[in-house]
Design a protein around this ligand. Structure first.
Ligand code: ZN
Length: 397
């Protein structure tokens, strides 16, 4: 490539001095901060949620689904499908150094028009997505309210029978304040492996647990669909790979930071992944007398995220590459469950029936996070190959 003329060099450096975040916003990105990154949907439409990542500290972007990445110029090229020169013009807001030579005023006008239209389209797409998001949240909020309206108290319900007879867990009333039961709830799932759309597959009884954020507001429901004949978890029909017996209905975009509270949270908190396993830990009498109980719903929410991941010693992913596990150092930007301030001591429950390296790395990350917050943190692992509910059943013979 020939050396750039001074005019071109300064055109390029002018563009690169403009902050990538500002340019991303002009492209129509709705940026949400996440650690040192900002996340958005892709204005071009590749990433519908937060797969479009802008890292201002490095002045780079990445559109995950499409794989497009690079600096501010590459970003504009990706979104507008333009040449680098056109991208430079968009970023700096003025014409390339040699543009006015040999270009008629009409041509200049037409080019400017194209640029404005591309910008306008990007804004339109983004606004449409925002509308869809708001509608979805409104629908979910109504669904949550409708379920709660029909819900019955947990004591003496079929959900209580499921916990007692199906799981061997008898929860005292003080632990079931946020648990409910609904007689019949439509289950939407995929009828078969090829199906693209959810369809009503069954009408089932369900155990309902309120999910609360750190301020104790209800942000969603955790639903466990039950077999209507036998007090056990429903065994999904249709595409069982995708249809799960547990589902969430939420009134917020992400449940991160929230949990299910099994009673009032005291200074000592035992926190596990599932209602059944956490309940079993209580039932076995393994918790301190003054303990309260919380359910994080997933290992990720129980432990939060780590600053980096490292290669798994032995496990491979679907493509044959080593799986990644957490490096054990908590990332303050990915907190997982956020505990009430008065919690002094945390006991994290680990399942012994999931991959041990992955589980332990996550629990270590979580325990360190709680310790960094000035609390005492300990980890309690179930026997290898079992979760606490399996242990409870073995315990009782
Ligand atoms: Zn994209």
């Amino acid at each position: 490539m020939n050396a750039l003329s001074p005019a071109w060099s300064s055109f390029w450096s002018e563009a690169r001095e403009i902050d990538i975040l500002d340019v991303a916003a002009r492209l129509g990105c709705k940026l949400k901060k996440s650690g040192s990154d900002y996340l958005s949907s892709c204005p071009l439409g590749c990433a519908s949620e937060d797969g479009f990542v802008v890292t201002p500290s490095k002045q780079i972007f990445l559109c995950r689904p499409s794989g497009a990445s690079g600096d501010v110029v590459d970003m504009v090229c990706h979104v507008h499908g333009s040449t680098k020169t056109e991208a430079l013009e968009f970023i700096t807001g003025h014409n390339r150094p040699d543009r006015n030579q040999g270009e008629t005023p009409e041509e200049q006008e037409a080019r400017e028009q194209r640029r404005l239209e591309a910008q306008y389209r990007a804004v339109e797409i983004q606004a449409e997505r925002e509308r869809e998001r708001e509608e979805r949240l409104k629908r979910d909020e109504e669904a949550v309210a409708a379920i709660l309206e029909r819900a019955l108290p947990f004591p003496d319900s079929y959900a209580e029978r499921y916990m007692k007879e199906g799981r061997g867990v008898t929860l005292p009333k003080r632990m079931t304040r946020d648990l409910r039961f609904v007689l019949s709830l439509d289950y939407f799932g995929y009828p078969d492996a090829e199906a693209k759309k959810l369809e009503p597959l069954a009408s089932l009884p369900a155990m309902v647990a309120l999910i609360r954020n750190p301020a104790a507001d209800i942000v969603g429901l955790h639903l466990t669909y039950l077999d209507p004949e036998i007090p056990r978890k429903w065994r999904p029909i249709g595409d069982s790979a995708r249809n799960k017996p547990k589902k969430f209905r939420k009134v917020v975009e992400k449940l991160t930071g929230s949990m299910i509270r099994l009673g009032v949270i005291t200074e000592t908190l035992v926190i596990g992944e599932g209602i059944e396993t956490t309940g079993a830990f209580f039932q076995m009498g393994l918790a301190p007398d003054d303990a309260s109980f919380g359910v994080a719903m997933s290992l990720g929410n129980l432990c939060g995220g780590s600053t980096q991941t490292v290669e798994h010693r032995s496990k491979k992913d679907a493509n044959g590459n080593p799986s990644r596990t957490m490096n054990g150092i908590p990332d303050p930007a990915k907190p997982g469950v956020i505990l009430p301030e008065h919690v002094r001591s945390v006991i994290l429950l680990g399942d012994g029936d999931s991959d041990q390296v992955t589980t332990r790395a996550a629990l270590l990350t979580g325990a360190r996070r709680y310790a960094n917050e000035g609390r005492t943190a300990s980890i309690c692992m179930a026997d290898p190959g079992a979760d606490f509910n399996d242990m409870l059943k073995g315990w009782r013979g």
